[in-house]
Ligand binder design. Structure first.
Ligand code: GDP
Ligand code: GDP
Length: 453
């Protein structure tokens, strides 16, 4: 999923990074590996009310001479702005209007993107308005006095900003589902790929930069394209020799990173091995949806094992992934191979799913009334103010609480179970972010109209 981007622009030292840090909170920077997004830049997720976006801070350059850095800033800002839906132009209310501000503003006025003007370092409420007023002159509309350090004024600015941010569902979605086929050597990955595609491989499309590690194949079923990322198989068929035991875990990790849904292929005859556990662990860490494919089911003596026993065994050995479907197939006979793509489609939908804040809070309210949050030794009870889904792929829900330390693992697992029981999420991991908030601090990061639990 591609989120809308908001660029933060301005000359050095006006407080762009401070402001960006405040918007993103403790969310870590992510580097997107998607075409169309500049690779050498980091994007941080942020949200306000029900809108999510990525902020890109164009700062980082410091020069002594005010004019020397202008062409560079302009170049950086141009790149950032070309992929952004809106920009926040930050100026310094304490140092007042400078020539550099005027030059940047002049350029910004010519851009076909909405620009909001943030006058930073306006801590003082009375002074702030006066300091900000000076910037009307830039011709960019209302200057908003803010303090990136204290957080004041940012709410009004963000209320304006979100008028220019599309809902994520309105953003064009990539409809192709990327599926990585991973597993140890000889579990049947390439046989499985051949079973999906038929003997004649329909489309083999090498993607630049990835050809050495994996070759993609696109298959089409019921109106849906699946891009199969095969990590070893095709080259083997081309008789490029590797030792029989050659197994690059890094190649598997790369494929996991690039996919929406991972097919973890396990050899029914060997059962779950340590290497399978390691791969499963990585799938969870990367937040990918997953289907566990037990292959070579044709070769298993059915007297000694039933599917039911086997499934229990697999799930207990892969205890990271209780939420993942297990499917028993034979790549050789084709048995149940088509079922895999049906499960992939369901898992991909869960992975992208977005649940409204009101539904999340209904589930929380219910969960809390069945089972109250733990109380600390000093008698202070954990309290959940509200929750909201902050991103998808995987679904990530932020829970704002009085003190995250009061919520032990048991209670956290209980809440996660409630979300799964009430809302589904079959086939995908979900992430819960427990955030301590003093009530006063909630001004910045709370969705204004969220219901309280
Ligand atoms: P950038 O170069 O635009 O990214 O600016 P920084 O975020 O690095 O901030 C530059 C300087 O301004 C730092 O010393 C900050 O502490 C200071 N600063 C940032 N925001 C504020 C603010 O809201 N009020 C005041 N008084 N100083 C601020
Ligand atoms: P990869 O290394 O994971 O790509 O595995 P391959 O697809 O090359 O398969 C390894 C071996 O397992 C080959 O000898 C296949 O014929 C065999 N194999 C693959 N799938 C099945 C299956 O469903 N049943 C049986 N009995 N053998 C299979």
């Amino acid at each position: 999923m591609k989120l809308p981007i908001v660029a933060i622009i301005g000359r050095p030292n006006v407080g762009k990074s401070t402001f960006a840090n405040r918007l993103a909170g403790d969310q870590t920077a992510i580097v997107y590996d998607e075409p169309g997004i500049t690779r050498d830049r980091t994007y941080r997720p942020a949200f306000w009310c029900d809108r999510e976006f990525l902020i890109v801070d164009t700062g980082g350059l410091v020069f002594n001479d005010d004019t020397e850095f202008l062409p560079l800033i302009r170049q950086q800002a141009l790149t950032a702005l070309s992929e952004a839906c809106a920009a926040i132009f930050v100026v310094d209310g304490q140092s007042g209007l400078t020539i550099a501000d005027q030059e940047i503003a002049e350029w910004l006025r010519q851009q076909p993107k909405p620009v909001l003007l943030a006058v930073n370092k306006c801590e003082s409420p009375d002074q702030g308005i006066i300091q900000a007023a000076e910037f009307w002159e830039l011709g960019l509309g209302e200057p908003y006095p803010i303090s990136a350090i204290h957080g004041s004024g940012t709410g009004d600015l963000l209320d304006q900003l979100i008028n220019h941010i599309p809902h994520v569902t309105e953003v064009e979605e990539d409809t192709e589902i990327k599926v990585a086929i991973i597993g140890r050597p000889n579990v049947g990955k390439s046989s499985l790929l051949n079973a999906f595609v038929g003997e004649e491989r329909a489309i083999v499309s090498p993607i630049s930069g990835t050809t050495r590690d994996a070759i993609d194949t696109v298959v089409y079923r019921d109106g849906q394209n699946y891009r199969l990322i095969d990590t070893a198989g095709i080259r083997k068929k081309k008789h490029i020799e590797y030792g029989a035991e050659f197994f690059s875990i890094n190649r598997a990790f790369k494929a996991i990173r690039r996919c929406d849904v991972a097919l973890l292929v396990i050899d029914a005859l060997d059962g779950v091995t340590d290497q399978d556990q390691k791969l499963a662990g990585r799938i969870v860490e990367e937040g990918r949806a997953c289907i566990i494919v037990v292959n070579k089911w044709d070769a298993v003596e059915k007297d000694s094992y039933t599917i039911y026993d086997y499934e229990k065994d697999v799930q207990s050995r892969l205890n990271f992934t209780e939420w993942a479907d297990v499917v028993f197939v034979s790549a050789e006979t084709g048995q149940r191979v088509e079922k895999i793509l049906e499960l992939v489609s369901t898992a991909a939908a869960s992975h992208k799913r977005r649940v409204s804040t009101s539904v999340i809070n209904e589930v929380l309210e219910d969960a809390v009334s069945w089972h109250s949050p733990p109380t600390s030794r000093s008698g202070r009870q954990g309290r959940i103010y509200y929750g909201t889904q902050v991103s998808t792929q995987p679904p990530t829900i932020a829970l704002f609480v009085n003190d995250a330390k009061r919520f032990n693992d048991n209670y956290r697992r209980y809440i996660e179970r409630q979300f799964r029981e009430q809302l589904g999420f079959k086939g995908t991991p979900i992430k819960l972010l427990w955030r301590s908030k003093k009530v006063r601090e909630m001004e910045l990061s709370s969705p204004n109209r969220a219901t309280r639990v």
